[in-house]
Unconditional design. Structure first.
Length: 94
């Protein structure tokens, strides 16, 4: 494996770690303050930094795009949970 392929692989591993960590957080399978989540982000961040330093930057574009999509999912889920809580509260009052 040549250096270009090796660094690209490191970048894609970084993308995977950051994306999976954020997905696990939004699915409430992992806590934001757990060491596992922090380590996933450290490994992912280091992979992306390594790749970004060597190339100019497709893995970071991909990671950030996925980050936004997953964050949108989390926001949608949070919005629906609040909406359901309000409905339950209203039904209990009546």
């Amino acid at each position: 494996m040549n250096m270009v392929n090796f660094v690209a692989l490191i970048g894609w591993i970084g993308v995977s770690c950051c994306t999976i960590g954020f997905l696990l957080l939004n699915l409430k399978l992992i806590s934001f303050d757990s060491w596992k989540y922090q380590m996933i982000n450290i490994v992912g961040g280091l992979g992306l930094v390594t790749s970004a330093l060597y190339f100019r930057d497709l893995p970071n574009i991909t990671s950030n795009s996925m980050w936004v999509i997953i964050a949108g999912f989390g926001l949608y889920k949070s919005f629906n949970a609040r909406k359901l809580a309000k409905r339950k509260k209203t039904l209990q009052v009546n």
